[in-house]
Design a protein around this ligand. Structure first.
Ligand SMILES: [Zn+2]
Length: 73
């Protein structure tokens, strides 16, 4: 291996690492989005389907105000 090839390799290596880390964090962000899915509710009174945060078990219907439990598929 010639010295300038070694220099080229040393210059490319951090660049590849940076790209790899960027790809990893992007993948993690996409995976995180899939994991934090909202709860789905279906109103017992007016049958409208709506979503709310995943940390709530009961949520009021935006149409008629009735409190509904989480809808299981
Ligand atoms: Zn309703």
């Amino acid at each position: 291996m010639t010295p300038d090839k070694l220099i080229l390799l040393l210059a490319i290596f951090p660049l590849v690492m940076l790209l790899w880390m960027g790809w990893q964090s992007q993948r993690q962000a996409r995976f995180g989005q899939l994991n934090t899915r909202d709860h789905v509710f279906r109103c017992a009174r007016c049958e409208s389907v709506y979503t709310d945060d995943e940390d709530v078990d009961r949520s009021g219907c935006p149409k008629c105000g009735m409190s509904n439990e989480e809808y299981e598929f």
